[in-house]
Design a protein around this ligand. Structure first.
Ligand code: PEP
Ligand code: MG
Length: 330
């Protein structure tokens, strides 16, 4: 439907030029994908699996398994994932495997039975640490079965996955081994990413490289862990800043180290959604994609196009960049 201005004139739809730096979108509620799929995003850089559970399933995976309904989990997950992958196709969708904290799992039906009561659950049993744990691995295999179903039965090969909160290289090895055993083989048409959201991910990026196709920077957790600042604690909120120099240097190190082995780097934390100028820093640092909230997709796409053009002009004229953001990581 054409857009109409206040005085009744038809307004030409804005066209968005392709950009060298991909602009992706973060998706929470899968039910909103139809509303957002027409945005000029190059794909979904972060689809949070937790929303599938809270939107469609409501029950703890181990509870469902114990009740004898593992196929119910696979079917429900698969249909939610397929809805998103279909709406976005042929653009890529990166599904992040489960990263519930134990307090969040406890809210699902049956959850209290299976979950520890962790006082600092942001630092507890979450992300990759669950996947190879004998207490959770059967549930993880259901997540993988859903991914396989979407790719193989529904034929939606634009679906890729991401592993959250990987603390050690040994964890990356264990989790990718399980994925391979379950028939999810990393290759040209199936990419496996990991979140870069723990300082160890950056410090040892040269060792993580061989297990993944690329990274997506989780600046929310990364800022918490580099600055030692609980992301949910109002008392220290003024110290929580994803643009801190320490984080900028970490990001630059990651991009450099990843690119040495041909791995891509994206970002799906809140930093570029909250601070649009941060995207300029990321582009200058060589980032491959930025993934922002749906309400920031158009603005980001415009900004990226504009900034890339400015870099080209500056190069052509030999002027060089002179915005303060250009130098403040040093
Ligand atoms: C992050 O940590 O930046 C991130 C995107 O993941 P979450 O906010 O879900 O922990
Ligand atoms: Mg995170």
């Amino acid at each position: 439907t054409p857009q109409v201005s206040a005085n009744g004139q038809v307004v030409a739809a804005e066209t968005f030029a392709p950009t060298a730096t991909g602009v992706m979108m973060n998706l929470g509620d899968p039910e909103l994908v139809d509303k957002y799929s027409s945005l000029p995003a190059d794909g979904i850089g972060l689809m949070r699996e937790e929303f599938l559970w809270t939107t469609y399933i409501h029950e703890h995976p181990l509870y469902l398994i114990e009740q004898g309904h593992p196929e119910k989990v696979v079917d429900m997950l698969a249909s939610g994932i397929a809805k998103v992958a279909r709406a976005m196709a042929p653009r890529p969708v990166v599904l992040r495997l489960s990263d519930f904290k134990s307090s969040e799992y406890r809210k699902l039906k049956g959850g209290e039975k299976y979950e520890p009561n962790e006082p600092a659950d942001l630092l507890g049993w979450r992300g990759a640490s669950r996947y190879y744990d004998s207490k959770y691995i059967e549930a993880f295999k259901l997540e993988l079965a859903a991914v396989k179903k979407v790719r193989n039965e529904y034929g939606l090969k634009n679906l890729n996955v991401m592993i959250p909160f990987v603390r050690t290289v040994a964890e990356a090895q264990k989790v990718t081994d399980i994925m391979q055993d379950e028939g999810l083989i990393r290759g040209e048409d199936f990419k496996v990413y990991m979140m870069a959201e723990i300082p160890s991910n950056i410090i040892l990026a040269d060792q993580f490289n061989k297990f993944v196709d690329g990274y997506s920077i989780g600046s929310n957790d990364l800022a918490m862990l580099i600055l030692g600042c609980d992301r949910n604690n109002d008392t220290v909120a003024s110290l929580f800043d994803e643009r801190d120099l320490s984080i900028k240097r970490a990001i630059r190190h990651l991009i450099k180290t990843a690119h040495k082995d041909g791995k891509t780097v994206s970002i799906c934390g809140q930093a570029p959604s909250e601070y649009p100028e941060f995207t300029n820093f990321l582009i200058q640092s060589g980032i491959d994609y930025v993934s922002v909230n749906p309400d920031m997709v158009k603005e980001t796409k415009r900004n990226v196009a504009h900034f890339e053009q400015r870099i080209m002009l500056d190069k052509a004229t030999g002027r060089g960049l002179n915005d303060p953001v250009d130098y403040d990581w040093k």
